[in-house]
Design a protein around this ligand. Structure first.
Ligand SMILES: [Zn+2]
Ligand SMILES: [Zn+2]
Length: 384
């Protein structure tokens, strides 16, 4: 890393580069155009706008287009192609592709494919040159996240039931590879790192799961650092950092160079695995030993079923993905050192309730859109 220039703040806090506040409605998605220092926004007021940054640092509107309905988009910075999916089920200017609102569009330059999902619970892919539909697949639930691996032609489809479906796409057909089930809420965001071959899924259950596909051991690591619904996930591959945001406006930057451990399975027991006092459903032991049944808890570190007395302490366990303090049994608490508690993520406050996030790797800029109808662009994320 280059030496810090004099006068630069030492904590390298992300600085606000600019904000755009001219919207009638919430901006549902937006991207940074790296070379022009511009922003493309798609808003609930049905407009698609291009904003260019002036020398004064302000963003000025340069293109303004009103669509017949609400839209979602996918922007390819290389070809500068903008793909649009509409609430009427239409993709770009083609024929109707979905029976309901288009929820996600993803343009894949290498294949010349436009992938899309709709509220009609279908996943389709089209040739982006001819507009011809190549194939379709029914999903079990409404889709909210979509990623694609160009090398192996796998599509990752996250839905409202909380599962992620992995499909192998051929030119005109697809086959179901597997499904990942790990969230207790909807999947709200997906992010694929093609280098490490890791899939990140974010959920309304406040958690992020890192599915290590490249490691080939079936490892799934939970990342707990948010206290609200996850709204966006971006991966900065050059610095190996995951950026996540939640609806309460918090942004967490995770250091993914750290080796984290999987959380243990919770063990089942009829009595505390430390003091052997019966749990409240264990009538026999309660009667035999004339003891009152206790409530069952689980230690997040060892997974043992313990009573409240034997798990009175709380600790962060960042190497297991717990950046917040969680319940641990007394013996595990004693084994966790100060060093083990050192955070592996940094926490930031965007100061608005985020609905959308985009990270632009070449400039290191992070864009957030909030319920306050404002877009904020910050620099210097991922530089520590
Ligand atoms: Zn106990
Ligand atoms: Zn324990």
């Amino acid at each position: 890393m280059a030496a810090e220039t004099l006068g630069e703040p030492r904590d390298r806090k992300p600085s606000l580069q600019g904000s755009i506040e001219a919207f009638q409605d919430v901006v549902s998605s937006a991207v940074i155009i790296p070379k022009e220092d511009g922003v493309i926004s798609v808003s609930d007021d049905r407009t698609i706008r291009v904003w260019l940054k002036r020398d004064s640092g302000q963003y000025w509107p340069s293109v303004y287009h009103t669509m017949p309905c609400n839209t979602c988009m996918s922007f390819n910075p290389e070809t500068r192609r903008l793909s649009i999916g509409m609430d009427t089920g239409t993709l770009d200017l083609w024929n109707r592709a979905h029976q309901g609102k288009v929820s996600v569009v993803l343009f894949v330059l290498e294949m010349e494919w436009l992938l899309s999902t709709g509220q009609d619970k279908s996943f389709t892919w089209h040739c982006s040159e001819s507009g011809q539909q190549l194939g379709t697949h029914r999903t079990s639930s409404w889709v909210s996240g979509l990623q694609f691996d160009v090398e192996t032609r796998h599509a990752f489809v996250g839905d409202q039931s909380g599962q992620v479906t992995i499909l192998k796409l051929e030119q005109d057909s697809c086959s179901l590879v597997t499904t990942f089930k790990g969230h207790t809420g909807n999947v709200t965001a997906l992010c694929w790192d093609p280098v490490q071959r890791v899939l990140f899924s974010g959920s309304s259950d406040h958690s992020i799961i890192m599915w290590d596909i490249g490691g080939r051991k079936g490892t799934a690591i939970e990342l707990q650092g948010h206290s609200e619904k996850i709204e966006g996930l971006c991966y900065a591959s050059h610095t190996r950092q995951l950026i996540s945001c939640s609806s309460d406006g918090s942004i967490v930057v995770w250091n993914m160079d750290v080796t984290r451990q999987e959380t243990p399975e919770w063990l089942d027991s009829d009595s505390c695995q430390k003091c052997e006092q019966p749990f409240f459903w264990n009538f026999k032991q309660m009667w035999d030993s004339k003891k009152i049944g206790l409530r069952q808890h689980h230690c997040r570190k060892c997974g043992q079923a313990v009573c409240g007395k034997c798990s009175s302490k709380r600790s962060a366990i960042p190497l297991m993905g717990f950046e917040f303090e969680v319940r641990v049994c007394d013996s595990c608490y004693g084994s966790i050192t100060e060093e083990d508690r050192a955070p592996t993520a940094t926490f930031h406050n965007s100061k608005h309730n985020i609905v959308y996030m985009h990270y632009e790797p070449t400039t290191g800029c992070l864009l957030t859109s909030g319920t306050d109808k404002v877009i904020k662009v910050r620099k210097k994320y991922c530089l520590y």
